[in-house]
Design a protein around this ligand. Structure first.
Ligand code: GLN
Length: 232
């Protein structure tokens, strides 16, 4: 049965992009990668009988070839389930509803919504849905950064006019000090769901993850993890 299969494989190797707080980011003390995603995948792996979860950090766009090369079993990185990605990879059921948001410098008085981004300099994280959104904007000069943090730093420095990234990540960033120089504009673009990705062919692994996710939701454990990172 599937439990036997899970027990044969004692280590789950999870790829992530560890600068995406509060989903995955290094803990101040020893640099361990912590966050909502990390707590959730560890709880899921435990349910599935894994003895060990190994987290491998890399660039977001590197997660896809790493799955193809078998270097990681799954990618969990606040990764949105998109039609395009679904052509190449399997995804679990959605585990978190997200959305895209725009931030600008607090002293910016000309950008009030997505519509005002035409022809502007936009910072994004390489390979993300935020980057795709920015590419659609007429005349925008889009700069791809390795991480969202870097995009936000360039906003601070005045080298980009706006950053498009995931709403919960930008909210966390503003709350943790970013609000000293940045603010959100416009309304979030909702209807974006995070899933755990795996290479095609790992159907059994995806089924196991879905089952574990459902059990954690039913038992209230998912809610506990959620409240730890996002508040009740
Ligand atoms: N949710 C976005 C995406 O999937 C961003 C993910 C990330 O930067 N870690 O593209």
């Amino acid at each position: 049965g599937s439990k036997d299969a899970a027990q044969q494989k004692k280590e789950l190797i999870v790829g992530t992009e560890p600068s995406f707080a509060p989903f995955e980011f290094p803990d101040g003390k020893d640099g361990e990668i912590t966050g909502f995603d990390m707590d959730l995948i560890k709880a899921m792996a435990k349910k599935m009988g894994y003895e060990k979860v190994t987290i491998k950090g890399m660039g977001f766009d590197a997660l896809f070839p790493a799955m193809n090369a078998g270097q990681i079993d799954v990618a969990m990185a606040g990764m949105s389930i998109t039609e395009e990605r679904k052509k190449q990879f399997l995804f679990t059921d959605p585990y978190y509803e997200s959305g895209l948001m725009t931030i600008v410098r607090k002293d910016n008085t000309v950008i009030h919504s997505l519509a005002d981004l035409k022809g502007k300099r936009i910072g994004v994280q390489l390979g993300t849905t935020g980057a795709q959104e920015a590419e659609k904007i007429e005349g925008a000069k889009v700069t791809n950064f390795d991480t969202s943090d870097l995009a936000c730093l360039e906003l601070k420095n005045g080298n980009v006019d706006a950053v498009i990234s995931d709403l919960p990540v930008l909210e966390y960033f503003l709350k943790k000090g970013g609000a000293s120089y940045a603010k959100t504009v416009g309304t979030p673009k909702k209807g974006d769901f995070y899933g755990i990705a795996a290479p095609k062919g790992k159907k059994e692994l995806i089924d196991g993850l879905n089952k574990a996710l459902k059990e954690l939701k039913d038992s209230g454990e998912y809610q506990k993890i959620h409240d730890k990172w996002f508040g009740a």
